[in-house]
Design a protein around this ligand. Structure first.
Ligand SMILES: CN1CCN(c2cc(NC3CC3)nc(N)n2)CC1
Length: 157
């Protein structure tokens, strides 16, 4: 269908958040949470947990993973709509390990590399890292220019 489901999961440990440098594919060259497409037969949360394990070698218990943002992306001239479910994990096991897709690195929540992240991130990620929940929609021209946006904080999903 024209609406595709994706995930992003951020792992937070106190004042640090684990980001991954995308080494190839969509979003290459930008830091981000871990994630990917949701496969048939898995829930969105299961997909996020799976991608974190695949991309960074980190395990998170499902009960410590919460939905923190719901993002919709459209692109000028394209029919597809990206529906991205964002999760936050506060507990994990394992050691962050580089994969084919991602190079993991801890960042202070006050020093995120926004100039090397997707341009929408600075509009919703700080709210999420402060414990808020966000619903947002962005209309992009290409991969760098935001033509319009709607960002709102919500009480719950
Ligand atoms: C599987 N991936 C996860 C990450 N994801 C995006 C997209 C995004 N902006 C959209 C204009 C592209 N912003 C962040 N932070 N992540 C796309 C799908």
């Amino acid at each position: 269908s024209l609406r595709k489901l994706y995930t992003i999961i951020f792992v937070r440990e106190g004042t640090r958040v684990l980001l991954g440098y995308k080494k190839r594919g969509f979003g290459q060259g930008r830091w981000n949470g871990f994630g990917g497409k949701v496969e048939s037969g898995e829930t969105v949360k299961e997909g996020a947990v799976r991608e974190l394990k695949e991309e960074a070698g980190i395990d998170v218990p499902h009960q410590d993973v919460e939905k923190v943002a719901d993002l919709e992306f459209t692109f000028e001239g394209e029919k597809t709509l990206m529906h991205v479910h964002v999760f936050l994990a506060q507990a994990f096991t394992g050691t962050p390990t580089e994969s084919e897709e991602m190079r993991p690195r801890w960042f202070s929540v006050d020093e995120l590399p926004f100039s090397d992240m997707w341009p929408d991130d600075h509009m919703w990620l700080p709210v999420v890292l402060r414990g808020g929940k966000v619903r947002a929609a962005f209309h992009f021209r290409g991969h760098n220019d935001i033509l319009s946006q709607r960002v709102e904080e919500v009480d719950a999903f």
